[in-house]
Design a protein around this ligand. Structure first.
Ligand code: F6P
Length: 355
């Protein structure tokens, strides 16, 4: 059996742990030959592959990023390097030449959408969900998320000591695209005073009231805002528009927008910190290493059983799988009746809602 492995979309901690277990499990359990495809679907268009064996995947378990490289605009059905042309036939030819019996695609919603289209064209594909955003459908937890939350939590704690010393309002902006999972969990873990998520548009006057109350009582305020958060009746803060990308809006900057808004109403100074890609880099937490390893092993098992067109997922405590058709291109946002939102409210944490 000859199996290809690729990592697509943005990188995240834990990708190497998946590459490692997929390679080892397939070699150990069925003597497979494993080929790494470089830079996601770019490698299938540019014909860039390399063999993977136990030696090639040795010592990578705790390394951030991906040893195979990745690309978040490489969609063969809408090729950024060819004015949006469909080059999928080229990829199919190359897959035939390689003689792959299976392809393991590790990625987010965009990668799963591409994997699903190839699966419909007869390619035997298995998907493995990755994203720090934790926003894949039918998947309770993505690896990478815990690591990102740990970085943001640490940042909030650091900002708290300086905010307290200067009597300031400190805003920390997280990633997460259109889902508020990172801001919500890190905000709770770091003890933020306000958590603003895309799912609940914020009322500026509610935040001003919170900061004023805290100016009197504690002297400082920590606001954790997700990049996809927006004011009630307002719009998303967009850093760039990318016409040739499967993800056409690059979000970011809402922290500065909020800083400017709050400053007009407060006597305290307001500062904003954009954490950016710091959240995505570095070593995976122990939790993410274990989850990534479980996912990779489950993917290797699907390959061995010939169960293709599926993505492995975590549902409750169980590692199961769902059809790619059910996850391709879809996002999982924070449900507005999520229990953690209620927990935040009962702690007195503002979610930007009017009281
Ligand atoms: O999807 C992961 C993610 O890190 C998002 O949270 C963020 O909006 C986006 O990727 C950033 O992408 P890029 O690396 O292209 O700036």
């Amino acid at each position: 059996m000859h199996v290809g492995v690729l990592t697509g979309g943005g990188d995240c901690p834990g990708l190497n742990a998946v590459i490692r277990v997929v390679t080892k499990a397939l070699i150990n359990e069925c003597g497979a030959r494993v080929t790494g495809i470089e830079r996601g679907f770019l490698g299938l268009v540019e014909r860039r592959v390399r063999p993977l064996d136990a030696r090639a995947v040795g010592g990578i378990l705790g390394q951030g990023g991906t040893i195979l490289g990745t690309h978040n605009r490489a969609d063969p059905f809408r090729w950024f390097g060819a004015g949006g042309a469909d080059v999928s036939a080229q990829v199919l030819d190359y897959l035939r030449e390689l003689g792959l019996d299976a392809l393991v695609a590790i990625g987010g919603d965009g990668t799963m959408a591409i994997a699903h289209r190839f699966s419909q064209l007869g390619v035997p594909v298995v998907g493995v969900p990755k994203t720090i955003d934790n926003d894949l459908m039918h998947n309770d937890r993505s690896f990478g998320f815990d690591s990102a939350v740990a970085v943001v939590t640490d940042a909030i704690e650091r900002l708290e000591t300086t905010a307290r010393s200067h009597g300031r309002v400190m805003i920390v902006e997280t990633m997460g695209r259109y889902a508020g999972w990172i801001a919500l969990e890190a905000g709770i873990a770091g003890g933020a005073d306000a958590i603003l998520i895309p799912e609940i548009p914020y009322e500026l006057d509610a935040l001003v009231a919170l900061c004023r109350e805290r100016e009197q009582a504690q002297g400082y305020t920590i606001v954790c805002v997700a990049e996809g958060a927006k004011p009630a009746g307002g719009t998303l803060t967009v850093q760039a528009r990318l016409a040739d990308s499967p993800d056409p809006l690059r979000l970011g900057g809402v922290g500065q927008v909020l800083r400017a808004q709050l400053e007009q109403h407060l006597s305290s100074e307001v500062r904003a910190t954009l954490l950016g890609h710091v959240q995505r880099g570095g070593a995976p937490t122990a939790f993410d290493r274990v989850l990534a390893t479980r996912f990779g092993h489950a993917a290797a098992r699907l390959v061995q059983r010939g169960e293709f067109g599926r993505m492995v997922t975590l549902q409750g405590a169980d590692c199961v799988s769902v059809p790619l058709a059910q996850v391709a291109g879809l996002n999982r946002c924070v449900p507005i009746d999520h229990p953690l939102l209620d927990t935040a409210r009962s702690l007195g944490v503002s979610l930007g809602e009017r009281r």
